[in-house]
Design a binder for this molecule. Structure first.
Ligand code: HH2
Length: 288
């Protein structure tokens, strides 16, 4: 069976900041945790997780993002051993039946390395290579794409009192430094993510989403994760499971502003929404 990374390099993360007609990719979220804010405890066994991966693949996901540690504000820290116990069998099981690219949502180099050995193709590091000093060399040795996410503080502290004078400008400055660090470490396939909900107030999130095209100056594909997040609840009053309309609205907004990858829980609904939006725009189709 061909390595999924070959398929990933064929898929090529589109640079939609420069070319709005490039196809946008959907990353389906799979949290193998007891406590994730959105789906904690639901896919907490290998069988349940693989079933959900299959559902997302059938629904048209381009990437499956597998995480074993909740990073919701104030979430309990998980040991690396526990994180690995949760996700490695799931990655291996998905790899046995699909060549779809799999990303591993981890801040830990040891987990990233073992996940890649099991067949993961991409590292999704919410700390942007700051949490584990071995992460950059691990990613460089594996030669995989890396998603760098912006976060002010850590998951334990990030929502205490986030402060910026110009949130988008500060996120751009953060990435200028992080991209230069990553490139010095030998990484070349880099994706940036403004980190919606990570050390940001409602206004910070809204301003970042509004000003997303400013990130185009960095010359990297942009991933955005708004799905089911609490800022949607703050706007609509909806509880986590009822935030699909807000998730779709915010994802279509960033799609229209050039995001290359959308990280979503509800793949089927988002794919339908994208298909309609892309058909109206007359760009690349997203039909199943
Ligand atoms: N959001 C979450 C986790 N990982 N990775 C990236 N690149 N971007 C994001 O916006 C992002 C992320 C939080 O969402 P979720 O995985 O649903 O919840 P939890 O952290 O509680 O598992």
């Amino acid at each position: 069976m061909p390595r999924a990374s070959e398929h990933f390099s064929k898929v090529q993360l589109p640079d939609r900041m420069r070319n709005p007609h490039e196809r946008c990719l959907l990353m389906g979220v799979l949290n193998v945790t007891p406590d994730s804010f959105s789906d904690g405890g639901v896919y907490n066994s290998v069988d349940a997780a693989v079933l959900q991966a299959r559902t997302m693949i059938t629904a048209g996901a381009d990437i499956i993002d597998i995480g074993g540690e909740s990073t919701r504000p104030g979430a309990a820290v998980v040991t690396e051993a526990e994180e690995q116990r949760r996700i490695l069998p799931v990655i291996a099981a998905i790899r046995r039946e699909s060549v779809l690219p799999v990303s591993v949502d981890t801040r830990n180099a040891g987990t990233a390395r073992l996940a890649i050995e099991e067949g993961a193709d991409i590292i999704n590091d919410i700390s942007a290579l700051r949490h584990d000093p071995r992460m950059a060399e691990t990613a460089a040795a594996a030669g995989v794409p890396v998603i760098l996410m912006h976060m002010q503080g850590t998951p334990a502290t990030m929502q205490h009192a986030p402060r910026y004078t110009d949130v988008t400008g500060e996120v751009i400055a953060f990435f200028e430094e992080r991209l230069s660090f990553a490139r010095d470490a030998g990484l070349s396939q880099l994706v940036i993510d403004p980190g919606i909900g990570f050390g940001k107030t409602l206004d910070h999130n809204l301003q970042l989403l509004r000003e997303l095209p400013r990130l185009g100056v960095l010359g990297c594909p942009v991933l955005v994760g708004t799905s089911r997040k609490s800022f949607l609840g703050a706007l609509t009053g909806a509880d986590t499971p009822d935030r699909l309309p807000g998730s779709i609205a915010s994802n279509l907004h960033v799609w229209g502003r050039g995001a290359a990858v959308l990280r979503v829980h509800d793949v089927r609904a988002m794919r339908d929404a994208l298909t309609v939006a892309e058909a109206i725009a007359g760009g690349g189709t997203h039909a199943v």
